[in-house]
Write a protein that binds this ligand. Structure first.
Ligand SMILES: [Mg+2]
Length: 274
C-alpha cells in the first residue's frame, strides 16, 4: 500500500534562506509535491498571522504548526470530522498544547530585576528594534509580534548568565527553546509533539492508512520533530552546525544551504522512499 507522505518543514533557514528569507530554490519542488498531493506543513516558530501571508505566497493551503508546536491549525474542509481535542476557530480545527502568551509574560516579569539589561523580549521591543534584531521588514516585524502562545527573548548577556536565566524560567514551569536568533519561552510543547499529534489525526482521517512523515529543519528547535518523524532532513545552515539527533537511521543531510538543500533532499527522498 502506498503511504501518504506528509512533509513537515521548518521555515527560517530551512524552506526560507537564513539571511534573505528567499524561497525561490524550493519553488520547483513545491510544485512537484503539490502534483503528488503531498501536504507541505509549515512547522515553525512563526505565528498564525505570519504564516497566513507566507503560505499565500507559497501557495500552501494545508495544516500548519505555529509557535514551535504550541498549536496545530487544520483547515476544516480537509478533515471530515473534528479531530480529537480540537477547538473550532475561524474555519480551522485548532489543537492547543500550551498556555496563552499572557502566562509567559507574567513569568518573565518576575525575572526582570535579577536580569536587568541582559535580555530583550518582543512584547516590550519597539517595531524598529524587532526589525533590527530579525532583519524582517516593517510589516513582517509587526506580524511576528502577533504571538498567542509564546514570547521570543533576545539574550544580550553572557552564555553563563543565559544558562542561569533559562534554569530560572524552567523552575517557574516554562520550556525554553533556542531558535536561530531568539529563545522561545513557552510551555511544555515542541514541534515533535505537534507532529506526532497531527500524524495520528491524519491516520484517523485516512482510516488508519500508513503515513510517511518527513521532517526538515536546520536548528536545535527542530530536534524534537526530526527525532519524531519517519525521515529526518537536516538542512545545512551558514550560521551553525547540524543539530544533534538521538536517532541514527533515516537521516538525510543536505550539502546545500536553506531552500536549495531542502529541494536537494526531498528530490532524493521522493526517488528512494515514496
Ligand atoms: Mg530554522
Amino acid at each position: 500500500m502506498l503511504r501518504q507522505a506528509l512533509v513537515f518543514t521548518d521555515m527560517d533557514g530551512t524552506l526560507l534562506d537564513h539571511h534573505s528569507y528567499d524561497y525561490t530554490p524550493a519553488l520547483n519542488m513545491l510544485d512537484v509535491l503539490k502534483s503528488k498531493q503531498i501536504p507541505v506543513i509549515p512547522t515553525t516558530s512563526k505565528t498564525k498571522a505570519e504564516l497566513d501571508v507566507l503560505m499565500a505566497d507559497l501557495k500552501l493551503s494545508g495544516p500548519l504548526i505555529v509557535e514551535n508546536g504550541a498549536a496545530v491549525y487544520i483547515p476544516k474542509y480537509l478533515f471530515t470530522s473534528k479531530p480529537s481535542g480540537c477547538l473550532e476557530k475561524s474555519g480551522f480545527w485548532v489543537k492547543e498544547f500550551t498556555n496563552p502568551r499572557s502566562h509567559w509574560l507574567h513569568l518573565l516579569a518576575k525575572l526582570h530585576d535579577q536580569f536587568t539589561g541582559e535580555f530583550l523580549q518582543f512584547s516590550t521591543m519597539s517595531n524598529q528594534q524587532i526589525i533590527e534584531h530579525t532583519g524582517l521588514d516593517e510589516k513582517s516585524a509587526q506580524l511576528a509580534n502577533t504571538r498567542l502562545y509564546s514570547e521570543p527573548v533576545k539574550w544580550l548577556g553572557t552564555p553563563e548568565r543565559q544558562t542561569q536565566f533559562v534554569t530560572k524560567l524552567q523552575q517557574l514551569g516554562a520550556t525554553v527553546l533556542q531558535g536561530g536568533r531568539f529563545l522561545g519561552v513557552s510551555g511544555f510543547c515542541d514541534k515533535g509533539k505537534a507532529l506526532v499529534w497531527l500524524v495520528e489525526a491524519y491516520q484517523s482521517e485516512l482510516g488508519n492508512s500508513a503515513t510517511l512523515s518527513i521532517a526538515l529543519g536546520d536548528s536545535n528547535n527542530d530536534v524534537a520533530m526530526l527525532n519524531a518523524s519517519d525521515i529526518a532532513v537536516r538542512v545545512k545552515s551558514p550560521s551553525h552546525p547540524f543539530p544533534t539527533l538521538s536517532r541514527i537511521a533515516g537521516i538525510y543531510d543536505s550539502t546545500l544551504y536553506g531552500p536549495a538543500g531542502w529541494s536537494e533532499c526531498l528530490t532524493k527522498i521522493l526517488v528512494s522512499e515514496c
